[in-house]
Design a protein around this ligand. Sequence first.
Ligand code: G3P
Ligand code: MG
Length: 235
Amino acid sequence: MNICDMPALLCIGHRGACGHEPENTLSSFSLAITMGSPWIELDVFSVEGELLVIHDDSLERTTNGDGEVMTSSLEYLRSLDAGGHQQIPFLHEVTELVDQRCGINIELKGPDTALPVSRFLTTLCDEGWDSQAFLLSSFDHAELERADPRFRRGALFHRAVPDYFNSTSDLGAYSINLSSRLITQKLIDEAHHNNLKVYVYTVNDLDEIRQMEALGVDGIFTDFPDRVLSATGHS
Ligand code: G3P
Ligand code: MG
């Protein structure tokens, strides 16, 4: 499949296929691709000039280490087991694994990630990647605004705000990425009226997947890409 051909309901493997493999690891991304997920999502931090793929500010939940990502040395972070005897991956290891086989939503999780991620993706585009194979997103809209505008932007929201479309308009956002708790038909219709795709996180339950599809969302972040793909007839 051409990674820029969007099926009616996009399956986005959340932290890979983290219902099956340790989140944000190479095995998780590999499984999502093997399952046929057209997109994956991951979270990045920038440490000592390197982009690392990890979700939490602190290390305890997903690794055998402790402390904060941003106050740890790169050497220490790379010495840890992020699950299944795998290291916390570098972003470049993920893109090497993906090798243009799926789209990648890079969530800017750590501070000061917009510029290094933009620089890195620009080098990939120079090597032949399609810029539309990437979606940059963040809850930190100010950080997202610093990203190179050649890359599509997804404005993340985890709680209701009075006006979703002020900030998405300032960002020139491509999508609005919403917690499933926030989803209403009215909001979906308004987003579409504002020319925005609606991507919803994190939906794992089959009935909820079908409900989201019926409401007309454009994409689902899921820990179980196999479920979304089978519910939508893509497996
Ligand atoms: O980008 C969708 C989702 O990943 C946002 O929340 O906490 O899972 O990164 P979180
Ligand atoms: Mg995320």
